[in-house]
Design a protein around this ligand. Structure first.
Ligand SMILES: C[S@@+](CC[C@H](N)C(=O)[O-])C[C@H]1O[C@@H](n2cnc3c(N)ncnc32)[C@H](O)[C@@H]1O
Length: 225
């Protein structure tokens, strides 16, 4: 996708105030952005939401795929620290690649937004989670997401090798009946080696059932009908 080619052409982004940001510190890697864009392209979600805009890699992947599919309603991206932490770099990158009008940026904490969305009776088809990474935040996000997604909807997480993500994924699979989606992965021996290495930290169940389905550190789950 052209927007992703343009975004990844240079890892260093210049904010409006001239400050430099290296996207390699926290943004999705190109292979992960491609996997995310493919998920969205295949699903064609009417309503999509994302937690954690930051430097905009994931937002551009989602918005670009939505644009190719001509999906009407804008994608919503939450991040209360867009202006303060990264000097608006995510928004200016969206502008630069021509996707700013496809994204509704809300400077809100996910726990507040998701709670209000549930009270309004909102329903969503796709949610990408790359916000706060402590266990409380991740499980709180997963709790609300499980209620907001329509049957057949998809949730994807970045940082699938973090313990907090493993707990949220375990909750969605074991207690909410979600199924794993296999994403394009690297060589089988590399995935096996990763599973063995991380089993002591993430648990045998996660190591043997989940890790092999990840694209680098992106994990995706479908809400069963
Ligand atoms: C790792 S970065 C996201 C990277 C982004 N997905 C990308 O590809 O460039 C995490 C972002 O989540 C935001 N964040 C942290 N806690 C949040 C919360 N509770 N709600 C919404 N955003 C949050 C932070 O401000 C930060 O910008």
């Amino acid at each position: 996708m052209q927007a992703l080619d343009s975004y990844y052409a240079s890892p260093v982004k210049i904010a409006k105030n001239g400050e430099k940001h290296d996207i390699d510190t926290s943004a999705l890697r190109r292979c992960e952005a491609d996997a995310l864009a493919t998920l969205v392209y295949d699903l064609q979600p009417a309503e999509s939401l994302e937690i954690g805009l930051a430097s905009g890699a994931s937002t551009i992947a989602i918005a670009a795929a939505r644009a190719v599919r001509h999906l009407a309603s804008p994608h919503t991206a939450l991040d209360p620290f867009q202006e303060t932490n990264v000097n608006g770099i995510g928004l200016s990158e969206l502008e630069r690649v021509g996707l700013r009008d496809q994204v509704n940026w809300r400077p809100e904490f996910s726990e507040n937004y998701l709670n209000a969305a549930l009270a309004r009776g909102d329903k969503l088809d796709f949610i990408f989670v790359d916000g706060g990474h402590d266990i409380g935040q991740k499980v709180t996000d997963a709790f609300y997401i499980s209620k907001l997604l329509r049957p057949g909807g998809v949730v994807a997480f970045h940082d699938g090798m973090l313990f907090s993500t493993s707990v949220a994924v375990r909750y969605l699979i074991k207690e909410c009946g979600y199924s794993l989606i296999s994403l394009p992965a690297d060589a089988a021996w590399k995935r096996a080696a990763r599973a063995v290495r991380h089993a002591p930290r993430l648990g045998a169940w996660y190591a043997s059932n989940v890790i092999k389905h990840l694209c680098r550190s992106v994990v995706a789950l479908k809400k069963n009908a």
